[in-house]
Design a protein around this ligand. Structure first.
Ligand code: 8IG
Length: 274
């Protein structure tokens, strides 16, 4: 069922963009969707027009796919994602990245806004995800496995590709952007954590907390493509922050970091082609 839905969506994207293959995919997290506007040779396809694509219900910004061409490489940008906390089954949460991989993306770049837990992290920091903690008890691969998509029991060692992280660090250094590294803990949300939960996450080795990215990373790995993931710290996590968490703070910090984020992505994408 899903396999055919992915194939149908892939065909619709190829037809709508007139590009039969996309080499890289980029998923834009909360507050970061603006990156998709003004890309070279951009063709925008609203998610509503792609069969099977889940359409975000919240936020002012409905999702769309933007196909662009950067230095001869076709890039599929997914501006807007759906989250587990909205009630979507994880199979739907990962439908977009599965379609991107089926469209040819050997590399998928996942971005998000996240809370900072680790020592030395501040709002506005850009952080490469080096590994994750799945604290939800859920997994996008639960249910029967379709062997055409990937193996029943995929290994997640090295999920956040070390070679891609090195290229990202080098790019950031070259353009003078500070890029940290950390472990991302995935929780369902939508409530933020309690201070006690944040202390638990810190002891477990988590540096970042968020409500996305991990299921997508697992699905991309399942299909055999490479993952690079970048968090923008938009708030300090509960109990670390002296003030209560607010979605407004998240949006303000994301807006302030926009040009640094765009600079990093612009310079990085050409170095990620397999
Ligand atoms: I932005 O503090 C953002 N997303 N779980 N906790 C969790 N998700 C987040 C947070 C946070 N900040």
């Amino acid at each position: 069922m899903t396999y055919h839905q992915i194939a149908t969506a892939t065909a619709a994207i190829a037809a709508a963009t007139n590009r039969d293959k996309h080499d890289i995919a980029l998923v834009l997290g909360s507050g970061l969707s603006e990156y998709a506007t003004g890309l070279p040779k951009a063709i925008e396809v609203p998610y509503e027009r792609i069969p099977g694509f889940p359409v975000p219900r919240v936020e002012g910004h409905a999702g769309s796919l933007v196909s662009a061409e950067l230095g001869g490489t076709n890039v599929m940008v997914l501006a807007g994602r759906v989250h587990y906390y909205e009630g979507w089954p994880l199979e739907e949460v990962v439908f977009g990245v599965r379609t991107a991989v089926a469209s040819g993306a050997a590399t998928v770049v996942l971005t998000n806004a996240a809370g900072g837990v680790g020592e030395g992290l501040s709002p506005g920091d850009l952080v490469l995800i080096k590994d994750h903690l799945n604290l939800t008890g859920a997994n996008p691969l639960m249910g029967s496995n379709d062997d055409r998509l990937g193996p029943r029991f995929p290994d997640l060692t090295g999920l956040y590709n070390a070679d891609l992280r090195l290229r990202a660090s080098e790019t950031a250094g070259r353009i003078g952007i500070d890029l940290k590294e950390g472990v991302y803990a995935w929780l369902t949300g939508p409530s933020y954590e309690t201070p006690a939960e944040i202390q638990m996450i810190k002891r477990l080795g988590g540096d970042l907390v968020g409500m996305s990215t991990v299921p997508e990373a697992i699905a991309v790995r399942h299909m055999g493509s490479r993952v690079l993931a970048i968090s923008l710290v938009t708030n300090l996590a509960a109990g670390i922050s002296p003030t209560p968490l607010s979605h407004a703070e998240v949006q303000e910090t994301a807006a302030a970091a926009r040009s640094r984020f765009s600079g990093l992505i612009d310079n990085l994408l050409p170095h990620l082609v397999a």
